[in-house]
Design a binder for this molecule. Structure first.
Ligand code: S3P
Length: 178
């Protein structure tokens, strides 16, 4: 552990493995693991899909901002951020002021395979889910590339991905000035 337990924020598109990798990395660092979607669901008492359906996406983005601003410990945690958390203007800067930001990445073909048949993601409620994913990915790809060091989560075992994330984290946490 670094002397100051700087938080680690994992960002990236849906299906890049933020929760799976985050849980593993947190275990190895002896940090708490927090998933932003799960935490928002817990605090607001309803699933993300219901928040989208009843209050709209803008309300959910506000909840994500509140979660980052005040809803989690300032140190000692690995946060798996919902895929769109980093999209609204100012969110990346906010995350960077809180800790190390690492972006998980996978090719769109892998993402489609991984999440095409999942049912809980409101943004995938479309007739052609694969096309919806391609469109969103195309819209956001440049932004994700600007967020931080990218770690590829395609075609390698979880322990290698986690080790890579840890190396990047240690390097960047040493320079972090919160
Ligand atoms: C979203 C990603 C989801 C969840 C919500 C919106 C997005 O999280 O926050 O459905 O805008 O990309 P995951 O990245 O964990 O699927």
């Amino acid at each position: 552990m670094t002397p100051v337990a700087t938080n680690l924020y994992l960002v990236g598109f849906m299906g890049t493995g933020k929760s799976t990798v985050g849980r593993q990395v947190a275990k190895q660092m002896n940090f708490d693991f927090i998933d932003s979607d799960q935490e928002i669901e817990r605090v607001h008492g309803r699933p993300v899909s219901a928040i989208f359906a009843e209050q709209g996406e803008a309300a959910f983005r506000k909840m994500e901002r509140e979660f980052i601003e005040n809803g989690h410990p300032a140190q000692g945690c690995v946060v798996a951020c919902g895929g769109g958390l980093v999209v609204p203007p100012g969110m990346l800067e906010l995350l960077r002021s809180r800790g190390v930001v690492i972006c998980l990445h996978a090719p769109i073909g892998t993402i489609i395979e991984r999440i095409m048949h999942t049912t809980h993601r409101p943004l995938l409620q479309a007739e052609d889910r694969a096309q919806r994913l391609r469109d969103l990915y195309a819209q956001r790809e440049a932004l994700y590339r600007r967020t931080g060091t990218m770690v590829l989560t395609d075609s390698r075992p979880l322990r290698e991905i986690a080790a890579h994330v840890l190396r990047v984290y240690r390097h960047e946490a040493a320079d972090f000035k919160g």
